[in-house]
Each structure stands twice: as structure tokens, then as C-alpha cells.
Ligand binder design. Structure first.
Ligand code: GDP
Length: 297
């Protein structure tokens, strides 16, 4: 279950608070200390935690919540609102080009779930908008990567453009886009290469693909289970590529939740989708308020 530890600890902090009919400033301080520890243990970015705790405390004191009715309940409400705000307030839809095709470039480290996510998104657009996507196989470093995308394409009945592993990725993308124009595809996904960690050569290649394709959307695929590293990775990719959004994968296995809570606040870029399983249908729009409810349990 996602957020197991965090939910349990936040609930405990809130239960302790609810037990007190009147809440003193020192009770509030104690609660905020528990929340702070719960968030740090969930691997939430230190600065994000600091800002969050300060905001909640200031709001609780400023609104004279402690003197009002049901202070505990009101503090829970403030925590919920601020958690939601930390994650971006509202859902942010996929960018769409005024004229077809909308070009979506996918980036991310190896194993983050890029290829799987391309398939999931293509299927979602097909099912919800009757879209006719094309997927371009631009990872030439692992022959298995092209095969894998082809398998995904077969599974969801979406065409894949590929030129094998001997052609430069930028050239593959150029020809893939020409193909999409000929075939009137309305969405093009570019499945790019990943590495085990960020390196300059990869970033240069991605920058070159971006310069050629002028994507409407650059989605960074991030593995939620990597916690703080996910945030550092996001920052690294964003510095170089100026990403437009994040897909957070493997949330189904993320028991802590640090990445989900930190990425937006640290990078300023919205989480647009979350992956919650290996099946092609396991992709959902990210709703910060729903996620906050889920975290608070
Ligand atoms: P890529 O190297 O970034 O293209 O990563 P892949 O798409 O090959 O995914 C790596 C592994 O993660 C595969 O076994 C996927 O099935 C798995 N995976 C991807 N997304 C999710 C997810 O949301 N939840 C779970 N549990 N597994 C996922």
C-alpha cells in the first residue's frame, strides 16, 4: 500500500490532537513536531517539510484556530489543504497542440517505466479521445528497448516507428515525425533512451531531439520508489530540458511517498499522471486533493 507509514503517523498525530478538547500552543508545537518527523521519515525533501510545517503553524496561530471550536478538526483541514497545495493544487492536463500532431517526448532514467508509460498514455488517449497515436522508438542503445516498445504497440494496437539501432536517434525522430504527418497521426510519442544515471551525453542527445521535434510536452518519467533520488533526478532533467510535466510511476509499491510530496515543490513542474501497476490500464491523472485525502487516510 502506498504511503503506509506516512498515513499511519499522520493519523496518530491527529488522534493525539483530537484527544485534547482544548489545544494549547504547546500542543500545536508537539503536533507539528510529529508531522515534521512523519514527513522526513517518508523521505520528503527537507526544505519542503520546513516550509510546510511553518505554513501550517502560521495558519493555525494566525486564524486563532486554537481559541475556536474544534481546533483539532480545523488543524486537520489546514494540513489537508497545505498537502494539496504542496502537490500542486489542481490536476494539470496534457498539453495539446492547436494543429496535429501533438508531440510528446518522454524522458527518464532506465527502468523508471518510460516505455510502459508511453503505452499506457497512448492507450488512454485512444480509449478516451479516439486518438490515433504513433510511437517512435528512439532508444538505440538497447536492442531490447525497441522490441519492448513493439510488444507494447502490438498489445494496445498502436503503430511503432523504428529504424533499428544503427541510425542516429535525432534522424529516427525526424523520419518518425514525417511518417506521422503522412499518416495523419494526432499524437506522437517519442520513447527516448535512458541511463542508469544522468550523464552529459544522454542529456545532449535529449536536447538535440527536443531542438528538432519542438515537443508540446516533455514528460519526465520518475520512479516514485526512489524517494529523494527521484527529486534530484527530476531537478537534473529539468535543468537541462525544461520539462513540462512528470509521470510518477510505481506508486503502487511506494510505501513512503516522499517523491509525490516533493517533486512539485522542488521543481515547480506538475505531476500530470501516476502509474499504479504494470498493466496498460494502470495510469491515472494526478489529482493533488485526492492524493492528500489518500495520505491522510
Ligand atoms: P524504461 O526503462 O524506463 O522504459 O522502463 P520500463 O517501461 O521498461 O519499466 C521498467 C519496469 O517497471 C517494468 O517491469 C514495468 O512493468 C515496471 N513498471 C512501470 N510502471 C510501473 C508502475 O506504475 N507500477 C509497477 N508496479 N511497475 C511499473
Amino acid at each position: 500500500m502506498a504511503f503506509e507509514g506516512l498515513t499511519e503517523r499522520l493519523q496518530k498525530a491527529m488522534t493525539n490532537l483530537r484527544r485534547k478538547g482544548k489545544v494549547s500552543e504547546s500542543d500545536l508545537r508537539q503536533t507539528m513536531r510529529e508531522i515534521r518527523l512523519a514527513l522526513l521519515e517518508a523521505d520528503v525533501n527537507f526544505t519542503v517539510v520546513k516550509d510546510f510545517v511553518k505554513t501550517v503553524r502560521d495558519r493555525a496561530l494566525g486564524a486563532k484556530v486554537l481559541e475556536g471550536l474544534n481546533p483539532a478538526q480545523q488543524i486537520v483541514k489546514i494540513v489537508d489543504e497545505e498537502l494539496t497545495k504542496t502537490m500542486g493544487e489542481t490536476a494539470v492536463p496534457l498539453n495539446k497542440s492547436a494543429k496535429i500532431p501533438t508531440i510528446i517526448m518522454m524522458a527518464g532514467l532506465q527502468g523508471a517505466g518510460k516505455t510502459t508509460t508511453v503505452g499506457k498514455l497512448a492507450l488512454k488517449l485512444k480509449n478516451e479521445q479516439n486518438a490515433r497515436p504513433l510511437m517512435i522508438a528512439a532508444d538505440i542503445y538497447r536492442p531490447a528497448a525497441i522490441q519492448q516498445l513493439q510488444q507494447v504497440g502490438d498489445q494496445i494496437d498502436v503503430p511503432v516507428f523504428q529504424l533499428g539501432t544503427d541510425v542516429d536517434p535525432v534522424e529516427i525522430v525526424r523520419q518518425g515525425l514525417a511518417e506521422a504527418e503522412t499518416k495523419h497521426n494526432d499524437y506522437v510519442f517519442i520513447d527516448t533512451a535512458g541511463r542508469l544515471q544522468i550523464d552529459e551525453q544522454l542529456m545532449d542527445e535529449l536536447a538535440n531531439i527536443k531542438a528538432l521535434a519542438h515537443p508540446d510536452e516533455i514528460l519526465l518519467v520518475i520512479d516514485a520508489m526512489t524517494g529523494q533520488n527521484a527529486v534530484n533526478t527530476a531537478q537534473g532533467f529539468d535543468d537541462k530540458l525544461d520539462i513540462t510535466g512528470v509521470v510518477l510511476t510505481k506508486l503502487d509499491g511506494d510505501t513512503r511517498g516522499g517523491a509525490a510530496l516533493s517533486i512539485r515543490a522542488v521543481t515547480g513542474k506538475p505531476i500530470k499522471f501516476i502509474g499504479q501497476g504494470e498493466k496498460m490500464t494502470d495510469l491515472d491523472v494526478f489529482h493533488p486533493n485526492r492524493m492528500s485525502n489518500r495520505i491522510l487516510g
